[in-house]
Design a protein around this ligand. Structure first.
Ligand code: DTR
Ligand code: ZN
Ligand code: ZN
Ligand code: CA
Length: 439
């Protein structure tokens, strides 16, 4: 015999939640995968154009004391060259200035108008050289590769679903100063909008290797797929962890990837057998030296890695958001303590655009021997709570297996949603069997 307890009003907040029915939980369809990406084939990135940018950077260094280093005139001249090309191609550009060691530095940030800025794909390279030389491979090669890829986006009039952003970093050689300034300047909400940051620091090494950043599985696989299509073997990039501009992005929790053709490490005979070149010799014998000039470039690796940048932009940029009807489910049982504290079961939504719908479907499957004990809420990623079911002392039926429709149009879709359940009356117990969001 149950002792009755003061019963909380059993009035659902009808304005927000309309229990659709007590339909039994439908047979769960597997989470609907993102629609097959509406891939648009990437164009070739002309290596001749990339080399023309390198020739310009070489001329700039030659005219400015032999380098393009932070705090020297050759760096600002490099910034002005890159910005002028981007402005002429229709990019929205910003020079982000900062001070380091008493000298002004600049990042060049370029946004390609269009695409969903909640889903931004960013590529970057550092534009500064060491003071010892012109830095044509390190990292004129990466700077020129992403510049020509950006110009290819403009030439193609590419209109990807996602937003494309490009960054040329200052003062990398002193320890990723420019890229750190950029990442630290991002509002927290803006960081999560950068779905991927791809770094290209040295992609033209004269005795080349083909190294792929292995920090993020998806971005690692993206480039592996590209190079396997060329029949070119790759190796994971391991020496650079933390040694280039992807580090501040990774430290901020942003997925990172990228390519590297090698610096002062020595090419092994096994590597020479698969990549060609000279074993027992550094990938780049002019690393951080005055001989890192226009002649310090291997055109084949520069071409292949520049094309890989284009492939990455077109592939990631074209990915469509998961289609309507995608199911996000948690099937882990969570015990609901009798007349005790509320418990929660999380579901993470990602890859969506904008806000949740006004008809968000919330399917719950809670096993319980007196469902009137249960108070059930949906908690949005920002903590907003939506009452799905209130308690009812006279509802002695078993289980809550129902789908509720919630107007969640004021909630950002991406993030961790939670089902919160509390048993507010003694005796009878149960557990969350599963629950799901569908939209
Ligand atoms: N620190 C970079 C060169 C460098 C050395 N190892 C890696 C690995 C991955 C990217 C870059 C590098 C520089 O001198 O700019
Ligand atoms: Zn570098
Ligand atoms: Zn360097
Ligand atoms: Ca109970």
């Amino acid at each position: 015999m149950r002792r009755s307890l003061p019963v909380a009003a059993a009035i659902a907040a009808a304005a927000l939640v309309l229990p659709a029915s007590t339909a039994t939980a439908s047979v769960h369809a597997a989470a609907v995968p993102a629609a097959a990406p509406g891939l648009v084939a990437a164009p070739d990135i002309p290596v001749a154009n990339v080399k023309a940018h390198l020739a310009q950077l070489q001329s700039i260094a030659t005219a400015n004391g032999g380098n393009r280093a932070h705090g020297k005139p050759g760096y600002k001249a490099s910034v002005d060259y890159v910005k002028a090309k981007l402005d002429a191609a229709g990019f929205t550009t910003v020079l982000q200035s900062y001070t380091y060691n008493g000298a002004t530095g600049w990042n060049v940030i370029a946004d390609w108008p269009g695409g969903d800025t909640a889903h931004t794909v960013m590529v970057g390279a550092h534009l500064d050289s060491v003071s010892a030389g012109p830095g044509i491979n390190d990292d004129g090669s990466g700077s020129s590769g992403i510049l020509e890829a950006a110009l290819a986006v403009s030439r193609a009039g590419f209109q990807p679903a996602k937003h494309l952003r490009f960054g040329w970093w200052g003062t990398e050689e002193a320890g990723m100063v420019g890229s750190s300034k950029y990442v630290n300047s991002l509002a927290a909400g803006d960081r999560s909008k950068i779905e991927a940051y791809l770094n290209f620091d040295m992609i033209g090494s004269p005795n080349p290797g083909y190294f792929v950043y292995d920090d993020d599985t998806k971005l690692d696989q993206l480039f592996k797929t590209y190079f396997s299509g060329l029949g070119v073997a790759t190796e994971p990039e391991t020496e650079g962890d933390g040694r280039s501009d992807h580090a501040p992005f990774k430290n901020a929790g942003i997925p990172v990837g990228g390519l590297f053709s090698g610096a002062d490490y020595i090419k092994t005979s096994a590597q020479a057998s698969k990549w060609g070149g000279t074993s027992g010799q550094a990938f780049d014998r002019c690393y951080h030296q005055s001989c890192d000039t226009s002649s310090n470039i291997n055109d084949t690796v520069l071409d292949r890695m520049s094309d890989a940048i284009g492939y990455a932009l077109w592939t990631l940029g074209s990915e469509s958001a998961p289609p309507p009807g995608t199911v996000y489910e948690n099937t882990t049982d969570v015990a609901v303590p009798d007349a005790g504290a509320a418990v929660e079961s999380p579901v993470t939504v990602s890859g969506r655009t904008g806000n949740a719908p006004s008809t968000l479907q919330v399917g719950v499957d809670i096993k319980h021997t007196w469902r009137g004990d249960l108070v059930i809420d949906l908690v949005a990623p920002d903590g907003s709570t939506y009452r799905l079911k209130g308690s009812s002392s006279n509802d002695s039926a078993d289980n809550v297996i129902a789908t509720y429709t919630v107007n969640a149009s004021s909630e950002v879709a991406n993030g961790t949603w939670k089902l919160r359940v509390q048993d507010v009356a003694a005796q009878d117990t149960g557990y969350i069997d599963s629950w799901k969001l569908t939209f």
